[in-house]
Write a protein that binds this ligand. Structure first.
Ligand code: DX5
Ligand code: ZN
Length: 217
């Protein structure tokens, strides 16, 4: 079954010299959320956006901000990103600082206490079982379908059984991130995803509206 779903354009692929304009255009075109990739040069080999920019995005947007922390020790940065405007705040199950159950439970609890929705993410090679203990404390599961770090990579179809497995366990928001196109997005929806994150497929398209529409299915 393919379900209707939300689309969260990943700002990593936008033209940052025209950030507010890009945000207005994707919102007009039907973006449900905005996806923001935060990278620290440790958990992933790239550096991107910090809380100052998230706060600027918040002031330029009306839709929920889906903030994806690709950081070591994300637990040190929860409050600063929620204060900056994160609606959903997602940490990686592999990250130092939240890699054991006590640490992860504490981080997810803190995100909710601070008023945001709690997300947990896993790399393509991490098994679904790694996040299973946390699902009752989780609002969003973000399945990575490329190695985190860069936009524009090819979708890894091996993650589809994992999406299907997580959907059997979890009724909340289930997103897939990396290499999403109209074709791979359809496979993810059929596997149970209800949120598609797409950078290149939206921001490098001729029509943001057509791109977002084709992802919604
Ligand atoms: C990669 C990021 C993704 C990325 C997706 O580490 O988490 O959100 O921006 O970009 P595309 O859609 O181009 O694969
Ligand atoms: Zn992301």
């Amino acid at each position: 079954m393919s379900r209707p779903c939300r689309v969260a354009p990943s700002l990593l692929a936008c033209d940052f010299s025209r950030l507010a304009d890009e945000i207005h255009q994707v919102q007009e075109a039907g973006a449900d959320w905005l996806h923001i990739d935060v990278m620290d040069g440790h958990f992933v080999p790239n550096l991107t956006i910090g809380p100052v920019v998230v706060e600027a995005i918040r002031r330029s947007s009306q839709v929920p901000l889906d903030v994806h922390l690709m950081l070591d020790h994300p637990e040190r940065y929860l409050k600063i990103f929620i204060d900056a405007g994160a609606s959903y705040l997602t940490v990686h199950v592999e990250a130092p600082g939240v890699a054991n159950p006590g640490q992860m439970q504490q981080a997810l609890g803190e995100i909710r206490r601070l008023g945001a929705r709690a997300g947990v993410s896993l790399r393509p090679r991490t098994a679904a079982e790694a996040i299973r203990p946390y699902l009752d404390q989780t609002d969003l599961v973000l399945v990575m379908s490329v190695e985190p770090g860069f936009g524009g990579q090819a979708f890894l179809p091996d993650v589809l059984p994992k999406v299907r497995q997580i959907r059997e366990w979890f009724a909340g928001e289930l997103s897939v991130d990396g290499g999403i196109t109209a074709q791979t997005g359809r496979l993810c929806r059929e596997a149970g995803a209800n949120v598609l994150i797409a950078g290149t497929a939206v921001f490098r398209s001729a029509s943001y509206r057509d791109a977002i529409h084709s992802l919604k299915g």
